[in-house]
Design a protein around this ligand. Structure first.
Ligand code: UFG
Length: 340
């Protein structure tokens, strides 16, 4: 990022309010903001986040509570918001759509309304490649049709539409960052991925290596891919965090709408990920192929030039061994997660 932009971010015009800053992606972003001298306040209800993951000023609160949002906006007068707080399990969303519409759509509306009242008009938020649905072409560029196949993906798309409409009508500056598969951990092992229950491939494989699980199930080995298992685009969590700072700098410079895919552009199959996890951990990580998981497309790989051209961003850590190695560093030092 050019030095001038970083200076603008560090300008003492109020902190960045990071909603959901105790979660996996939020906590890495908070740490990066702080590392660059940018003041931060975290607002999180700790439903899935971890208090131990945050060293920044912390307010425990819920986006369902308009008074609580109003209070934090009034007290800290943030110059902008980063919004990571959402439910994010595709499978769960199929069975509990009401929870997803409330937590993702309604809570985001609460936040936007309180921001509007407080005249806080800039936001960077977590969107998802799940807004595209089944790919009709690969790699998936930002102009790919958005036709999500899960309630989760639909709620993220509603959030994007809400921001577009607020941008047109009220001048909201927003960035929607459509993540592919966030993975890895902080290079020093202090922050990492800790969900309960865990559903993601890499942490589950590492839990097998730690002896917390016997084996890992491969969800389908009959896909139309070279080894029959699903292909995903794994992006290092610190690269993801870095893109958020760049997106914030851009909207603070006056851009009103920044919508970018965030991935590496390279896909790895489930089998390839497990092979890398075996090499990194030195553990056999037994795996057995089972049925497909509902809603899993065979391939999801990021394309598009927005991140490169508009954010000046490219992923720095594309070697899957590095990504899994950093995740392993966190898992070894936190074998039971943050409570270890
Ligand atoms: N997988 C297995 N076994 C497991 C867990 C996962 O084989 O025990 C496979 C999945 O089927 C998939 C791949 O590993 O092919 C990656 O699965 P993850 O659960 O780690 O990640 P997803 O691709 O399902 O999810 C990610 C994000 C979601 C987002 C979704 C969009 O975590 O937030 O991509 O498709 F919605």
């Amino acid at each position: 990022m050019p030095a001038a932009d970083l200076e603008a971010l560090a300008h003492p015009s109020g902190p960045v309010l990071v909603v959901g800053g105790a979660g996996y992606i939020g906590s890495h972003t908070v740490r990066m903001l702080e590392g660059r001298g940018i003041p931060v306040v975290v607002f999180d209800n700790l439903s899935t986040g971890h208090r131990e993951a945050v060293t920044a000023p912390f307010v425990e609160g819920d986006l369902r509570d308009r008074e609580a949002i109003r209070g934090v906006l009034r007290e800290h007068a943030p110059r902008a918001v980063m919004h990571f707080a959402a439910k994010c399990y595709v499978g769960e969303s199929v069975h509990q759509p009401a929870v997803y519409y409330r937590e993702n759509v309604l809570n985001t509306w609460n936040l936007l309304e309180e921001m509007r009242a407080a005249e806080c008009s800039e936001i960077v938020f977590s969107s998802s490649c799940a807004t595209y649905g089944l790919p009709v072409k690969l790699p998936i560029t930002e102009d790919h049709p958005q036709d999500p196949i899960s309630p989760y993906g639909r709620t993220k798309l509603h959030m994007e539409h809400m921001m577009q409409d607020y941008s047109r009508a009220y001048g909201l500056g927003f960035s929607a960052l459509r993540y592919f598969n966030a993975a890895g951990a902080a290079g020093d092992g202090r922050l990492g991925e800790d969900h309960d229950p865990e559903t993601h491939l890499i942490p589950l494989a590492l839990q097998v290596a730690l002896g917390r699980r016997e084996e890992i199930a491969i969800f389908g080995d009959d896909y139309d891919t070279p080894d029959g298992t699903c292909i995903r685009d794994y992006i290092h969590i610190e690269d993801l965090a870095d893109a958020h700072l760049r997106a914030l700098a851009l909207i603070q410079r006056g851009e009103r709408q920044v919508i970018c895919n965030l991935g590496t552009g390279e896909g790895f199959s489930v089998q390839q990920v497990l092979e890398v996890a075996r090499r990194v951990t030195g553990h056999a990580i037994p795996a057995s192929a089972g049925p497909r998981r509902e809603g899993d497309p065979a391939r999801l790989v990021s394309g598009g030039a927005c991140a490169r051209n508009r954010l000046g961003w490219s992923p720095g850590r594309t070697d899957l061994e590095d990504i899994v190695g950093d995740a392993w560093g966190f898992h070894k030092s936190h074998p039971q997660g943050y409570g270890s």
